[in-house]
Write a protein that binds this ligand. Structure first.
Ligand SMILES: C[S@@+](CC[C@H](N)C(=O)[O-])C[C@H]1O[C@@H](n2cnc3c(N)ncnc32)[C@H](O)[C@@H]1O
Length: 226
């Protein structure tokens, strides 16, 4: 199987011999590679679209892992039975969609021991949801490839957040500068500066909004300098 560093990173967070649900499994490579490497003993892949599922099924056949992985058509966690898998992987989609998938089946989402999430954006919304719903974020990592990829790993437990900006930077990234954090911060600052530029170009001078954004940029910068 071709090397895919984004997927290999997901596997790093899966303990050996785990049972794993991959929601939005698309090609099925996370589960297939996990089984081949002995990380996954049984897997269930779910996707809402028929096209990706056909591809996943033919990939299972190609790599001869059909006995260990089942593929199901459906929306989010609906096709998963409660208690069936220890770990839930949801990656390659927006943080808002990941949040909706978990929120739509709250009881089922609580049946997993660990969530491995790789949001493409809107991570603040996702972190806030997790922490408000009795998940502890135990790991956050950034992988620099063609763009930045963020990984959030959560397990059950209460996590205290003493300032609102932690939802932006992340409870683990706020304390640990592992590899891509500076680049992650610089990207956030650039986006905010772009918003400021657009406000300044506009006819209405929204002073309150400008102040808010400038304060936010300072908060991001304070972590760059630490
Ligand atoms: C961009 S792909 C990411 C695939 C894979 N998880 C990865 O990281 O490479 C997103 C996949 O999620 C599926 N998807 C989107 N919403 C979904 C939902 N509510 N339930 C299940 N699958 C969904 C899409 O059909 C698509 O195959």
């Amino acid at each position: 199987m071709k090397t895919n560093l984004r997927i290999d990173k997901v596997l790093e967070f899966i303990p050996t011999e785990s049972t794993v649900a991959d929601i939005g499994c698309d090609h099925g490579y996370v589960l297939i590679k996990g089984v081949i490497e002995g990380k996954i003993s049984q897997g269930v892949g779910v996707d809402v679209s028929k096209g990706p599922l056909q591809q996943a099924i033919s990939n299972l056949e190609e790599y001869k892992v059909q006995e260990k992985i089942e593929i199901r058509l459906g929306d989010g966690l609906k096709p998963i039975n409660e208690g069936e898998c220890d770990i839930c992987v949801i990656g390659g989609m927006g943080g808002r969609l990941i949040t909706n998938i978990l929120e739509d089946n709250l009881e089922k989402s609580r049946s997993f021991k660990r969530l491995i999430l790789q949001p493409m954006n809107s991570e603040r919304i996702l972190r806030k949801f997790l922490i408000n719903n009795e998940w502890t974020i135990i790991e956050e990592e950034i992988l620099i490839l063609d763009r930045l990829y963020l990984y959030i790993v959560a397990e059950k437990g209460n996590m205290k957040v003493d300032n609102d900006f932690i939802y932006d930077i992340g409870p683990i990234l706020s304390t640990k500068n592992s590899g891509g954090r500076d680049k992650y911060i610089q990207e956030k600052i650039s986006k905010l500066q772009h918003i400021l530029l657009n406000i300044n170009k506009g006819k209405e001078n929204d002073e309150h909004k400008v102040n808010e954004i400038e304060k936010l940029i300072e908060k991001w910068r304070s972590y760059l300098e630490n």
